[in-house]
Design a protein around this ligand. Structure first.
Ligand SMILES: Nc1ncnc2c1ncn2[C@@H]1O[C@H](COP(=O)(O)OP(=O)(O)O)[C@@H](O)[C@H]1O
Ligand SMILES: [Mg+2]
Length: 170
């Protein structure tokens, strides 16, 4: 099975991936696969602009977990979306050296459910599992991921509402 772990930057994908690996589960960091599909480097945002459609088209089916902000563009069997309350997300992104503009963009995307909406667009409800990492440590997040992966926890998403934080971040 290919299980995607997606989420806005700062939601805890890499932290969860490290723990999964420690427990012996294969995890592919999708950042390491986009190199050939980088169209340009955007100096203003400090991010690479990736041809996501071409990357997803060329991506070989991979057994295990695949982790990254683009995971929901892949034909995963199941997809986990990590979430984080936008004000806490800002605090998590602050030490990364991102510009204020980039932090604002990410907090705004999280408040507006951008990744959830994109995911719901291309997956069936039974494939989607959303986890709020705001006040849940990575060990518990990983337990939830494994439980969903094994089919022990049913799909679940759509219960979070960050709309009251939109005015904070826009
Ligand atoms: N469940 C969590 N609870 C509290 N802090 C977390 C949690 N997961 C990640 N973090 C912290 O948030 C920051 C971003 O986490 P990271 O795993 O790099 O996010 P991502 O890979 O989604 O961008 C890091 O400082 C990390 O230690
Ligand atoms: Mg990461």
């Amino acid at each position: 099975m290919m299980i995607g772990i997606t989420g806005t930057p700062g939601c805890g994908k890499t932290a969860a991936a490290k723990l999964l690996q420690k427990l012996g589960h294969p995890v592919l960091d999708l950042k390491t696969t986009v190199g050939p599909f980088v169209l340009e480097h955007d100096d203003a945002s400090g991010s690479d602009v990736v041809d996501v459609d071409a990357w997803a088209e060329a991506f070989p089916y991979t057994e295990g977990f695949v982790e990254g902000t683009f995971a929901h563009y892949l034909p995963c069997d199941k997809i986990v979306i990590l979430r984080c309350r936008p004000d806490v997300l800002r605090e998590r992104l602050a030490p990364r050296g991102y510009s204020e503009e980039k932090i604002r963009e990410n907090a705004e995307a999280e408040a507006l459910d951008v990744i959830l909406i994109e995911t719901v667009d291309s997956f069936a409800s039974e494939q989607i599992y959303e986890i709020d990492t705001t006040s849940t440590d990575s060990e518990s997040v990983v337990r939830s991921i494994l439980s969903f992966a094994k089919g022990e926890s049913p799909a679940s998403f759509g219960s979070l509402d960050w709309s009251e934080y939109i005015t904070d971040v826009i």
